[in-house]
Design a protein around this ligand. Structure first.
Ligand code: PLP
Length: 358
């Protein structure tokens, strides 16, 4: 059983079928084909807004290119201190921003609070020696598996507007957040002031397909050149676009995310039913972050389960992981089976019974 991430599984059947369907015949290269044109129009429908769309192959490329269009080389991009952009992309955003920096702020459950961002921005000296803040990047779902409410996004965007920052959303798990909030793509983005989005699809069923979706037109101006310089104008682009056609058709993307979120809820509720287990943060999408007795951690590992140990940095005030406990991250996906959840819970339950009997 593997709960290490939601990218440990392959692509879903409708996505693979869409690639096969798009495979035969000759079509213009580099995104000048009909399928790419269709998918760009589909994004505008889905978001109920005119958008510029750039298809890329990784979330890192989407984030780095999106931020490079929002932040000049002398600028600052504010993000959570555990954000993927600052922690897990080997400096790609800074590389593509050509000198600009990321500034990571703390926040419970991976979320930034509007008042903290506001206080930070006010504290920055306004002098030519200091880098001016130009963008705020938030992750939806966050790195702690939590989901910003619409009001929280709106409050952050109000701070951005007050200080002249663009608002970027890293939506690697975009539809998992939509399902969690029960809102539309428009409501979670431009209606709350999001200017540019990294739209993730790979984790939820695609083979390799992500999109930069731009709501603020000036941020799109040079993005095609930036994408080309990053090797992200894909010659057989129709096969990237085809993945997204298969992804969107018949609400497949929603079905996949609903399944993943339901599996996470099942796992979370099952774990909470065990003595000595609590959640570091609420389970709001497809990631579960329990604090478990060490005996459970050891038993899961001994049974060959794959998952990560997680940092305590974003725990709520007063919460701490004890010496006989472990904070772990379990991620489920569109392909996770209920049986796998049941088995994992059984391993944990047996470990606790054995411990109680000793
Ligand atoms: C929050 C977040 N953003 C972006 C990404 C995309 O990264 P990749 O470049 O691996 O597609 C990930 C993947 O782990 C992620 O968790």
């Amino acid at each position: 059983m593997n709960f290490a991430s939601d990218n440990i599984v392959g692509a879903s059947a409708p996505v693979l079928q869409a690639i096969v369907d798009a495979n035969s015949g000759a079509l213009p290269a580099y995104g000048n084909d009909e399928i790419t044109k269709r998918i760009k129009a589909r994004f505008a429908e889905i978001f109920e807004h005119e958008v510029s769309v750039f298809l890329v192959t990784t979330g890192t490329a989407a984030n780095a290119l999106a931020l490079s269009s929002a932040v000049p080389p002398w600028g600052l991009c504010v993000c959570h201190q555990e954000a993927h952009v600052i922690d897990d992309e080997c400096g790609a955003p800074e590389f593509f921003m050509h000198g600009a920096k990321l500034a990571g702020l703390p926040g419970v459950g991976g979320k930034l609070a509007a008042q903290d961002v506001s206080a930070y921005l006010r504290s920055l000296p306004k002098a030519v020696k200091q880098m001016p803040p130009k963008a705020l990047s938030i992750s939806q779902v966050t790195e702690c598996g939590t989901v910003y409410s619409l009001d929280e996004i709106a409050s952050l965007s109000a701070v951005c507007r007050e200080h002249g920052l663009s608002l970027h959303m890293d939506g690697a798990r975009f539809v998992n957040a939509l399902v969690s909030l029960g809102c539309t793509p428009a409501e979670m983005t431009w209606k709350q002031g999001v200017d540019i989005l990294s739209f993730g699809a790979t984790k939820n069923g695609c083979l390799m397909a992500e999109a930069i979706v731009v709501f603020k037109p000036e941020l799109a101006e040079a993005l095609d050149y930036r994408a080309k310089r990053a090797g992200q104008i894909i010659s057989k682009g129709r096969l990237i676009a085809a993945q997204l056609e298969g992804y969107f058709a018949n609400d497949h993307w929603y079905d996949n995310a609903r399944h993943a979120n339901r599996m996470a809820k099942l796992l979370s509720e099952g774990l909470l039913g065990l003595p000595g287990v609590r959640m570091a943060w609420p389970t709001q999408a497809n990631e579960v972050f329990p604090i478990v007795p060490k005996a459970v951690d050891q038993a899961l590992k001994a049974a060959g389960l794959q998952y990560l140990h997680w940092t305590e940095a974003s725990l709520p005030e007063g919460e701490a992981v004890g010496p006989d406990e472990a904070l772990i991250r379990l991620v489920v996906s569109f392909a996770t089976k209920e049986e796998e959840i049941r088995q994992a819970l059984e391993i944990a339950r047996s470990a606790l019974s054995r411990q109680a009997a000793e």
